[in-house]
Every structure is written in C-alpha cells, then in structure tokens.
Design a protein around this ligand. Sequence first.
Ligand SMILES: Cc1cc2nc3c(=O)[nH]c(=O)nc-3n(C[C@H](O)[C@H](O)[C@H](O)COP(=O)(O)O)c2cc1C
Length: 361
Amino acid sequence: MTDMATSSDLDRVITLADFEPIAHGRMAGPAFDYVAGGSWDEVTLAENDVAWRRFRFLPRVLRDVRTVDVRGEFLGRKAAIPVAVAPMAVQGMAHPDGEVEACRGAAAAGIPYILSTSSSRTMEDVAAAVPDAERWFQLYTVQSFEYSRTLVERAEAAGYRALVVTVDLPVLGRRERDVRSGFTLPEMPHVGEADTLGPSRYGALEMQRGAGLTWQWIEEMRGWSSMPIILKGILAPADAARAAELGVAGIVVSNHGGRQLDRAVTAPDVLEAVVNAVAGRCEVWADGGIRRALDIVVAVALGASGVLVGRPFYWALATAGRSGVERAAELLREELLLALPMLGASTIAEIDRSLLASAGS
Ligand SMILES: Cc1cc2nc3c(=O)[nH]c(=O)nc-3n(C[C@H](O)[C@H](O)[C@H](O)COP(=O)(O)O)c2cc1C
C-alpha cells in the first residue's frame, strides 16, 4: 500500500486507460495481477477489450444538439451517466479505506456503487460513511443460504437499495496468474475463513458451489427482502427470458470480466438477442471491457439501458482514492458529452440501433 496520489498523478490521466499503469506502480504485483487477470487462457478477457470496438456508427446530422443530457437511469433513479461501479472484491488492496473510499467517489460522481460480498469493509461501515450514496449489495451465496439470508437482511437494514445476485460463479474460475504467483485473498468480513474447503479464502468463495444456487433459490430470495433483484452474469437469451418471467428487476449481461468461463461469448455478442428475449419485462445492463463512452453508446444502441464498469474504477481507486473514482466517471461523462452531439443525439434515450452501421460480427 502506498500513500495517496499526488495531484500530478491525476493530471496524467486523460482517459480511463491511463489509470492502469499508475495503479500497476502502486499495487503489489500479485494483487495487481489478481485484478487485471482472467481465467485459463484469458481468451474472453482479451475479447472483452475489443468486442465493443467492432461496431461502426452511422451518425445523424443537422439535429439540434445544443443541449445534451447524458444522464442515465437505473431502477427508476437518475444517475449522472448510465454507468454503475461493478462489484469488485477486496478493494482494500487498492486503498486503505477500500470500499468506503470507492463508494465516496461514486457518490460524488452521482453514479450507483455495487458493494461486493467479498468486500474488505463491512456493508455497515460503507453505509455509515456514505449514507446517501446509491448503494446496492452484490450477493454471493457463500457459506449457506441461512447465512446468505442474514447478509441480505443486513443489506436492506443498512439502506442498500438493490440486491445484485451473481449467478455465474457455481465454482470459482481458475485464475492461473494467481496460481503462479501464490496470491491469496486478504480478509473479507462477509465471507470469513474457509473452514472446510481449503486453506485460503478462495476456498470460502468455493462454498458458493456447496450452496447449490438454482432458479428455485432466486424465487425464494424474493421473500428475503423488499430490495429489487438483479441477476448478474447472464449470457444465454433463454436464461434472460426465464429471469424476466420470474419478475426480476434487471439482469446484467456479463462474462464476469473474463474471470469465470474462458471462451464464453462477450456481452455485445448476445446483447440484442437477450434484449429481444426479455421484451421489456426488466432492465438489461451489460459489462466487460467498457472503457470509452463509445462502448457505452454501443451497449445502449444494442438495447441496454446502462452498463457496469469494473477494473478502471479499481485502478482509479489505487491511483487517487475517491478523487480517482470520481475522475474516472467524469472522463466517461466528458466523452459522452462529445459523442452524443456527433451522433446527432441529445439524450441517452435517443440512442438506438439505427446509429449502428454494422452488426459488428
Ligand atoms: C478484481 C475483480 C473482482 C471482482 N469481484 C467480483 C465480485 O465480488 N462479485 C461480482 O459479481 N463480480 C466481480 N467481478 C466482476 C465485475 O463485477 C465485472 O463483471 C467485471 O469486472 C466487468 O468487466 P471490466 O472489469 O472489464 O469492466 C470482479 C472483477 C474484478 C476485476
């Protein structure tokens, strides 16, 4: 762990990509690799980086774009941009105050913050430090369903407004960078030690498998709290349709940042089909490799109403704490303010499929 960044660190950042090399210099090697890495051959991780870029725009001209509104909407609430901070484990590796600091940055930027079950700080700590933030809780059904239920009840009591249930981790992906470096996860107050499945907290996450999360449990979970439920990690249109049928509030089309099943498709590969399958019954968001406003535009044009961004916020937190996170969101906002007028759109709602020239495949 290093001291807070100097202002010159932030001055060097003019695009999201600029945070990563700075974070690399500030984090321990194995911790950096844990965040940066993916599973097995990292094929999906690499494809996430290029997938959104395959699309080409067909901009419209001579429209009145003197006033541009780049605000997004999640679950009926406005956000400064259609971006939420993706749930990411152990943010204490990026900053001494970890999730508390990251949530402060997200709140300052006016975007939702999703706290991971595998956080370095408790959900109550984060809630107490940033009471007014738009905070959601991401659930891994670790340990047991009884324990998971207590987590959900605590989250509701602490003012988290939505429950993001991650469904693409029946077992933990094999992150070979971590195997090679011998990386082990630091303390995670909601997860605890792995008593039965191995010596590290990776073992504790493995307990998600033991819990046997299925559709039936998602139905059950609706009775655990009044928080709207979002399923994160859906790729197949049939699963999306089933989620919508069940009455969830939203789904996140995601391959978990290339960290779970390698060679899984990318979000833009399936987004349109998923949106069609859902047919307006719930919100559809996407993630994985969103690094530019233009990626957000593609996601929205394909039918998503918003996106999650992961690693860039982690690097931003390591670079400059809350100011870094706020700056990262601000950079995306500035890019959107340029992109929309050039596309002939004055609001996010005006972005549709007609702005894409090619299917991109
Ligand atoms: C370091 C790290 C930790 C993550 N931890 C979680 C987690 O605890 N829960 C979860 O649902 N997703 C987790 N993810 C996946 C992210 O929520 C998100 O799906 C992914 O990072 C998006 O891709 P991007 O990093 O390319 O933006 C994690 C991702 C990273 C990089």
